[in-house]
Design a protein around this ligand. Sequence first.
Ligand SMILES: [Mg+2]
Length: 449
Amino acid sequence: MVKITGFTTRDVRFPTHLDQTGTDAMTVAGDQSVAYCMLYTDSEHVGHGLNFSNGRGNDLICQSIAIIAPRVVGKDLDELTKDWGKTWRYLVMDSQLRWVGPEKGVIHLALAAVVNALWDLWARTLGKPVWRVVADMAPEEIVRCIDFRYITDVLTPEEAIALLKETEHGKSDRINETEENRAVPVYNTSAGWLGFSDDRLKELLKEGLALGYTHFKLKVGRNVDEDRRRLAVAREVIGYDNTLMVDANQVWSVPEAISWMQSLAEFKPWFIEEPTSPDDALGHATIRKALADTPYGPIGVATGEACQNRIIIKQLLQANALDVLQPDPCRVGGLNEVLAVLLLARKFNVPILPHSGGVGLSEYTQHLSAIDYVVISGKKSMLEYVDHEHGHFVCPARVRDGYSITPTDPGYSAEMKAASLDAWEFPGKEGKSWWKSDAAKPLLDGDMV
Ligand SMILES: [Mg+2]
């Protein structure tokens, strides 16, 4: 029996805007950050969870973690995990907190950090990585992790069990493939940040090809002529045998998205990611319909990283708005809600490409893609991978030969090294944190961009 005895939360920020990492049409100067949560117990185990943000405001998530985490302190882990769906609803259903959501925004980001810390803790006590904890569950146990409220009009627990039972065929072979690091092919976003020069873009694409990548994603949406130039550069390097995707990070209205993408159609992108507001299910459907037929072939539509809960994802799927769904491991309320999202995608037969474009996200999504392949869709999905900031993690996400190396350590892989937490904590301690150093002064004293 393991009892949760306390928690801490820490605001950790990396000054990534200094080298333009993470830049896109919306994010001109982000500092990739982590709102961190640790759950302490009366055993040797500690649960680690995090959420991602882009700098200012990370403290709001930390403060919200400090409001939610006390709801699990004093509780037995067995009690919390034996009916996971009920526990998730208990955490979401703090009636006073609901007004600052419900199930969206800062409070939901904080929930994800706490929920994922619980999964991490539970997996450690079981001695397994999280993907394997879920892979070893019966369909009924997986379904019991989910709060089906608001989605039973398209997916009932009974139907979800039936879908999972269908996928059970071949499961042990898929587990073997996962253990041999051949289950999760990855694609590369690291080359395509908008602030990178053409030379850096070329160099990084070449590096990606040499590493075995076949799919590459570029940011677009700030200037159409520049986009045409950069896509031409990219196609020159990767040719047309490899796949190119583009991402506008929500910058357009619906008509702008359609006309802008028509101007880029000759470069044959597989899909446009986040063409408009992530809340606009019908707008995505309009864009998809308009781009289904261009003189150069169809352009698909993708979104998901900023979709705040299973309800908006349900509506995107109901509206036939997507060719690809990109679930984020902690934009929705942690793994339990991600399982609902993966099952919805399975129901609508839409492939998933989990979103990893931020510090700590790849560490989580490697588990999600493995779970989807082994127990939910039974199909391989292409996982986003960005190679920044992995050195801060105790068990970092890694790739080899274009595939994710499946995590084997117990837990959910989000534990950060103690030295990294101290070195990048904001505002941090004198003599320990980079943010207290002279190097940080120009950032702290400069214009807020
Ligand atoms: Mg994106």
